[in-house]
Design a protein around this ligand. Sequence first.
Ligand code: NB4
Ligand code: NI
Length: 187
Amino acid sequence: MITMDDIIREGHPTLREVAKEVPIPPTEEDVKLGEEMMEFLKNSQDPVKAEELHLRGGVGLAAPQLDISKRIIAVHVPSLDPEKPDSGISTVMYNPKILSHSVQQACLGEGEGCLSVDREVPGYVVRAARITVSYYDAEGNKQKIRLKNYNAIVVQHEIDHINGVMFYDHIDEKTPFTLDDGVLVIE
Ligand SMILES: Cc1nc(NNC(=O)[C@H](CC2CCCC2)CN(O)CO)c(F)c(N2CCN3CCOC[C@@H]3C2)n1
Ligand code: NI
C-alpha cells in the first residue's frame, strides 16, 4: 500500500525527468501500480484512513512521484456539486496526452500544492480551462474525454509531473497573484 514514505520530494531528480510511455495494453505490473495509486487517493480522502496512515489529502498522483518514471497518472476528484454527482472524475490514465485545449484559462483560487512539495508556494497557477485528453485505460482501450475547470486543472497538474514540470514553474515570482483579463478563478 502506498504511503507518504513512498512519495519522493522536490530535489529528487526523477521529478524533473520526462517519463517514458508504457506498453499498451498495460502490463500486470502497471495495472497493479495504477490500482495502488487510486487506492492511495481514496485512502487520503477518507478521514479515518488518512489519519491512521498519516496521509496528506490528494486528488491526483503521478507515477514519477513514486520514483517510477512512467507515463501513468491517477485522478480521484469528487464532484464539487451535490446536484451533479458525476461531475467528478475517477480514473487511472496510461500514456495520457492533451490533444487540444481552450484559449480560456483558469486557476484554483487557493493556488496549488503538491504531495512532493513540503512547503507552501503562494500564487495562481494559470492553466487551460478546458482540455481534450486521450489515454489508455487499464484494459488497453483508447479513451478520449473532454474536461473542464477543476477536473481539467487536476489532470494538467498530473500530466505536468510526467513531463518533469512542477506547479510552481507556472507561478510568476514577481507577480504571483496577477491575473490577465478573463482568467476564470475556480473556488
Ligand atoms: C485541489 C486539491 N488538492 C489536494 N491536495 N493536493 C493534491 O491532490 C495534489 C494535486 C492537485 C493540486 C492542485 C491540482 C491537483 C497532489 N499532487 O501533488 C499530485 O501530483 C486536495 F487534497 C484537495 N482536496 C479536495 C477534495 N477533498 C475531498 C475529501 O478529501 C480531501 C480532499 C482534499 N484538493
Ligand atoms: Ni503534484
